[in-house]
Design a protein around this ligand. Structure first.
Ligand code: GLC
Length: 743
């Protein structure tokens, strides 16, 4: 055979060999796990399913944890959370290795958006629509954590959120299932790499399974109740995407779903996750969510809670003490089958082998690697680059932005102008404000020749207007006026639901006082959620939404304000005009009545006191340049089973500066057995164009693109007419076409 014809064969053998090697390793691990299981007592098995929180369990004061330390020594603990750093993890691991079978501990931690280098909050990163940036952020977090003794992060949070009253939208990827699924994949790949066990990667966790973001009234921990269709259409796909991406673990959720606590839901954890999805990792409960089965009124006592949870597929008990206190008895009494226990222990041990912990329990606790990783200057540079991409330019009238670098003076006003801790956002491992660059500091660097007149005006709570006069005075003196307002870091995140999502206190009044000077006011707004700020939105000259941009946030904001970076962020969540519109999403339904005011039809599906539309739409985000879309071409007007159709179009940068655009593909299924939303995001791409540059771009549309879960929850594409839309936002469709699915 000619050499060239040998190549494919060789490649095939190599690939087979590659997967063959992986298969062989899996088999070897299975054998080791089975051999270990055979040697374990019932108590030792239960121990593997008990996760303990270990804040301050070493060093001074640790004596008050003597009982917990004894449990670890006795092999009654399988995992710890909230233990970090090389010395602490080594010390605690050494205790576990005194146990009879010397089974190493797994160390888990909430490394949500950075370990030592704090990146933008996840909702901000979602606004970048840049999967490589998101992957990179997770990879750096993993590198720093893995060097510090951490094996496992309780991230990514992949809960879809359509209710900005719920504080945990800060931790997620927003309202859209397709975008949320792509981000879930990027984060899992960033944290885990291609294969578990690399020294600079950690196990990831898809959480909170499931539908936690649908908490009724946006009140955290509240019940979620929805049709199975809605569950499968909106809330489950990002979890399935994470599972398909190889996420090592799942974490269940505090909420009930249709009356059953997720922690005790065999439907979610057994039928779906471990059954239909054939998931091989393990499920950790959320903090004491097994114990909370009693609070929910689902279990009569902790013993029953333990039985319900393990039967439903909750493998590990985080700080619930249900398993450690009752599971052995429940197995001895026959209330829980031994096989249930063994299955959960097996899943946990497999991960410990895959992470190489039996070979070397200390392999992730390396002082030199920790020192290097936590002080790598490249990480701060990348954090600044990622943060810039998250910033969303909501408004920019008369090109108020970018600021001229020749400005003589700039008033920088507001409670967040010099803030540092707030820029880190919630859910960080440890605040280190010495590493945080404030907006004022960022501007000092970006505008070295400009006099900055800094006035706080008020603190974040803004209960008092006593500082307004100084702020107004600064505004009057300066050539340009910048106001930095928003939430404090702890107004979003867990247990931080807000019934009123306006600017806190009198911040809006501070804005009004500045606007009254007659000077254009540029606003930078920070928050962990969409806020309602109609007054500012009406009157500000420009608005840059910065979420909580992380330790490099001040530099990133300054880069955009002075034009060193052309903003490219797009909203991952709709911004409502009022709380009254919530839940709100671009995926509206047509209804049987018109939703817009056509020919004064009275009986419309609309509010009599507000437009239906959000203040700022999903996918919205401006640039300092402009883009023209044209030449839509659909490779064939009709497609049948198995076909692929190419949707191509041109994109041109019609402005004077380079910029990135996020082109978005939406579809509408005009007639279907279940009514479909007026639009669904099915593709996007972020790319940079030089001034004047024109590119031909394309999306592939196939049967999967046109599919949905029908009434039987089958994933189907039904023949009929589809509208194809391409645009720069859900409310800025630039090209429309038609496609017929014939069979
Ligand atoms: C918290 C959160 C969860 C987190 C866990 C451990 O209550 O719900 O997201 O991973 O407890 O801190």
């Amino acid at each position: 055979m000619k050499r060239s014809s040998l190549a494919p064969l060789v490649a095939a053998l190599f690939l087979a060999g590659g997967s063959g090697a992986a298969e062989a390793q899996d088999r070897a691990i299975e054998r080791k796990v089975e051999a270990l299981l055979k040697r374990m007592t019932l108590e030792e098995k239960v121990g593997q399913l008990h996760q303990l929180s270990g804040r301050q369990m070493t060093g001074p004061g640790s004596e008050k944890f003597a009982d917990k330390l004894a449990d670890i020594r006795a092999g009654r603990v399988g995992s710890m959370l909230n233990v970090k750093g090389v010395s602490e993890t080594r010390e605690i691991q050494a205790l576990a290795l005194q146990s009879r079978l010397k089974i190493p501990l797994l160390f888990g931690l909430d490394v949500i958006h950075g370990y030592k280098t704090v990146f933008p909050v996840p909702l901000g990163e979602a606004a970048s629509w840049d999967m490589e940036a998101i992957r990179q952020s997770a990879a750096i977090a993993a590198k720093e954590a893995a060097a510090s003794g951490i094996h496992w992060t309780f991230a990514p949070m992949v809960d879809i959120g359509r209710d900005p009253r719920w504080g945990r939208v800060m931790e997620g990827a927003g309202e859209d299932t397709y975008l949320g699924s792509q981000i879930a994949i990027a984060r899992v790949k960033g944290f885990q790499g291609e294969k578990l066990g690399a020294l600079d990667r950690v196990m990831a966790t898809a959480k909170h399974f499931a539908a936690y973001g649908a908490a009724i009234a946006g009140r955290d921990y509240n019940a979620a109740d929805m049709s199975e269709h809605q569950l499968h259409e909106v809330y489950l796909p990002p979890f399935k995407a994470a599972a398909d991406a190889g996420v090592a673990t799942f974490m269940n959720s505090f909420n009930t779903l249709n009356g059953v606590p997720a922690t005790a839901s065999a439907y979610l954890q057994r039928d779906l996750l471990k059954g239909k999805w054939n998931y091989k990792g393990f499920v950790v409960s959320d903090w004491a969510s097994i114990k909370e089965l009693v609070e929910h009124g689902h279990a009569a006592d902790l013993a029953q809670a333990a039985a319900q949870a393990i039967d439903a597929g909750s493998d590990m008990d985080m700080e619930g003490y249900a398993y450690t206190r009752h599971l052995a008895d429940q197995v001895r009494s026959g209330k829980v089958k031994q096989s249930r226990l063994d299955e959960s222990v097996r899943r946990v041990l497999v991960k410990k082998f895959e992470m190489g912990l039996f070979d070397d329990p200390y392999r992730y606790s390396d002082a030199a690697r920790e020192q290097a990783a936590l002080n790598d200057p490249e990480h701060a540079r990348i954090a600044r680059d990622v943060a810039r991409k998250t910033l969303v330019l909501l408004k920019n009238e008369q090109n108020a932005l970018p600021l001229s670098k020749g400005l003589k003076s700039l008033a920088v006003i507001g409670p967040l102008a010099e803030a540092k801790r707030d820029l880190e956002g919630g859910w960080i491992v440890q605040s280190d404000t010495s590493r945080v660059v404030s907006v004022v500091e960022g501007l000092r660097g970006a505008l070295p020749d400009t006099r900055l007149l800094v006035a706080q005006g008020c603190d974040v709570a803004c209960a008092s207007s006593a500082g307004f006069a100084d702020a107004v005075a600064a505004a009057k003196q300066a050539e340009a006026v910048l106001l930095v307002v928003g939430e404090s870091w702890d107004m979003s995140g867990e247990a931080k639901s807000r019934a009123d999502i306006g600017l806190p206190g009198q911040q809006a009044q501070l804005f009004d006082a500045l606007a009254a000077t007659g000077k254009p006011v540029i606003v930078v707004m920070m928050a962990g959620r969409p806020l309602v700020f109609n007054n500012v939105a009406d009157k500000a000259a420009a608005i840059l939404y910065a979420w909580f941009p992380g330790a490099q946030g001040g530099n990133a904001v300054a880069d955009v304000l002075v034009g060193d970076y052309n903003p490219s962020g797009k909203l991952p969540m709709s911004f409502p005009r009022s709380v009254g519109q919530i839940p709100i999403s671009y995926q509206q339904y047509r209804t049987g009545r018109p939703v817009v005011n056509e020919a004064n039809i009275v009986y419309r599906s609309a509010y009599i006191d507000s437009p239906n539309t959000p203040r700022y739409a999903f996918g919205h985000g401006l640039s300092y340049t402009s883009f023209a879309y044209g030449d839509l071409a659909i490779s064939k007007p009709s497609m049948k089973r198995g076909d692929k159709v190419t949707v191509s179009f041109t994109l041109a940068n019609t402005g004077a500066r380079a910029g990135e655009e996020v082109v978005q593909l939406y579809i509408r299924d005009k007639v279907a057995s279940l009514v479909r939303p007026v639009m669904e995001l099915k593709g996007f791409r972020k790319l940079k164009l030089e001034p004047g540059e024109r590119r031909t771009l394309s999306f592939q549309v196939d049967r999967d693109t046109l599919s949905f879960h029908n009434a039987k929850l089958q994933w189907v594409a039904e023949p009929g007419e589809f509208e194809i839309m391409v645009g720069s936002a859900s409310d800025a469709i630039r090209l429309r076409g038609a496609l017929t699915l014939s069979d």
